[in-house]
Design a protein. Structure first.
Ligand code: ZN
Length: 549
């Protein structure tokens, strides 16, 4: 019965498409475009953002909807920062698929496709988003005499005489920020610890003044709370013109205390692991800090910049170098979102690209640990070159980020090997290796546009050369466990010495030779696309979804 009706529907559809083709060429063209856009929407799997709420107290249940309300204000502020007149953009659109994709991208430019426009007539995305006047050139900005022009918390605008000036966020957004601050203060009344209460009140004040220092310090001091929120104007990625202006965003969080305890235990091994790095003594003489504040959270709401396009699964804050020097930083691992990406993306990828015999090694704990140790491993190695070229970052210029991400990936795996040997970490190395290789396929799909993408391609090609995996005739990949360990060791050695020597030419050569997707890999990635494996996720989220009033 079901089958029959499916056939009937298929017939009706094909007939109507046919009549459409013959009678109205324009209409047909629209259908094709829409289905291409539907495919773009399909790149994102929808996930309900939630966690075990039965653990919450009544006060916590009252607090979360208030925090979500504050986070939603960040949505509206970010929409303005990235696009401008958001309502008129949405009002000009009628196709529900287009509207959906505009909302996913927070604008008419495709974040998974190098910001190319997908709405007719909008033109290219301005590099400076809506932070600067659209007609302003870099030269004009650089020669302009504006106070605080490189400030993190202002727009650059033109006055009636055409002169550039800085408009502080707290002025432009005064009434919205007041609303958000009020929600934070109301939430503070339900705070379960004095640390959280203090942080929420200081953060409310910070939103109104654009001065986040005191609240950042209070955030780092706050240790024993279960509920948390990251909120404010924070990252500068959206400003691709200069990288000065920050974007509003928010994460409403619940701490996973069991996992957090485990991570604290692993971080204590950093100095010991630093000593064991597979490089000569001089490349490991810096001492990593052991007070890495690493915690695991489930997220209940992504707001503003955090919710645009691909979703992050780890945060490291605050960004202020002054505070980092004084107090360090905090790393947050977002576990329910990692789990969603694992289920919706990594497992389906492995089902296509990993040899059937090894699919049993694809494992969420391994995926979680690989990601988490990546973060810890940023603390290993050295920050300064050994030959007077200054910091590694300065010496390696535009390649610095890609090499640093590559280092963290491979040293994360090295840490796992070591901690398994020491019996500190439990599990089978085969799970970690196989899940690691499958993760490379997931990451390279983001392309060469970002540091992680380049790092993954370099590693993929390096491991291939070292026989750490083999592509079988059936188009699947087999991990060669015995060769993996050597490959991890030699790649660690290569990256750490390139960093220590500040060897810009050497890194440029490595990226040029290995930082690209060869034809066989591209063919395999195309198979993932044909199989409609999502690239990233979007959320059903909010107080309604959580059934919290
Ligand atoms: Zn990283």
């Amino acid at each position: 019965m079901k089958k029959l009706s499916f056939v009937a529907i298929a017939l009706i559809v094909s007939v109507s498409v046919f009549s459409c083709q013959s009678s109205n060429k324009k209409e047909n063209q629209k259908t094709t475009e829409t289905s291409a856009l539907q495919q773009k929407v399909n790149q994102y799997a929808t996930v309900k953002l939630t966690t075990d709420l039965s653990q919450l107290t009544n006060n916590q249940k009252k607090m979360i909807p208030l925090l979500i309300k504050a986070a939603k204000v960040m949505d509206t502020l970010y929409w303005y920062q990235t696009y401008g007149d958001w309502d008129s953009l949405l009002g000009s659109l009628s196709d529900s698929t287009v509207i959906k994709y505009v909302k996913i991208n927070v604008g008419p430019w495709d974040r998974l496709d190098e910001d190319n426009p997908f709405v007719k007539g909008v033109g290219e995305k301005p590099l400076g988003a809506n932070f600067y006047p659209k007609d302003m050139t870099k030269e004009e900005f650089e020669s302009a005499d504006i106070s605080n022009k490189t400030g993190l918390y202002n727009f650059i605008r033109r006055d009636s005489a055409g002169e550039l000036y800085a408009l502080p966020y707290n002025v432009k957004f005064k009434s919205s920020l007041k609303t958000a601050a009020k929600y934070l203060k109301d939430a503070a009344q339900y705070a379960e610890t004095s640390g959280l209460e203090k942080y929420l009140n200081l953060r409310a004040k910070a939103l109104l003044t654009d001065d986040f220092y005191d609240s950042d310090i209070a955030w780092l001091d706050m240790r024993d709370n279960t509920i948390g929120i990251v909120i404010g104007s924070i990252e500068t990625y959206e400003d691709q013109l200069f990288g000065y202006k920050t974007s509003y965003e928010a994460y409403v969080l619940i701490k996973n205390k069991d996992w957090s305890k485990k991570l604290a235990k692993y971080a204590a091994y950093l100095p010991e692991l630093q000593e064991g790095l597979p490089v000569p003594e001089k490349y490991k003489k810096e001492t990593p800090g052991t007070d890495a504040d690493l915690n695991v959270y489930d997220v209940l709401y992504y707001g503003g910049f955090a919710n645009a396009g691909a979703k992050t699964i780890a945060i490291n804050l605050p960004n202020s170098e002054k505070i980092q020097m004084e107090k360090g930083s905090r790393r947050l691992q977002l576990r329910n979102v990692m789990k969603a990406k694992f289920d919706k993306i990594l497992v389906p990828i492995a089902d296509i690209l990993i040899t059937p015999k090894q699919r049993k090694y694809i494992d969420f704990d391994a995926f979680f640990n690989n990601t988490m140790f990546h973060e810890v491993a940023h603390g290993l190695g050295i920050k300064n070159t050994l030959n007077g070229k200054g910091t590694v970052r300065k010496a390696l210029k535009e390649y610095a980020s890609a090499l640093e991400e590559g280092k963290a990936d491979v040293l994360g795996l090295y840490m796992i090997e070591q901690l398994l040997n020491k019996d500190v970490l439990q599990g089978d190395i085969k799970n970690f290796y196989t899940t690691f290789i499958a993760s490379i396929f997931r990451s390279v799909r983001f392309g060469a546009g970002d540091a992680h993408g380049i790092a993954n391609m370099v590693r993929f090609n390096y491991f291939k050369e070292q026989d750490a995996f083999t592509r079988l005739d059936d188009g699947t990949y087999k991990v060669n466990f015995d060769k993996m360990q050597d490959a991890v060791k030699s790649l660690s050695h290569l990256i750490l010495t390139l960093q220590g020597n500040g060897d810009y030419a050497g890194v440029a050569k490595l990226v040029k030779e290995k930082g690209k997707i060869g034809p066989p890999l591209q063919k395999d990635l195309n198979r993932l696309e044909k199989a409609n494996i999502p690239v990233d996720i979007i959320f059903e989220q909010g107080a309604d979804v959580l059934e919290l009033k």
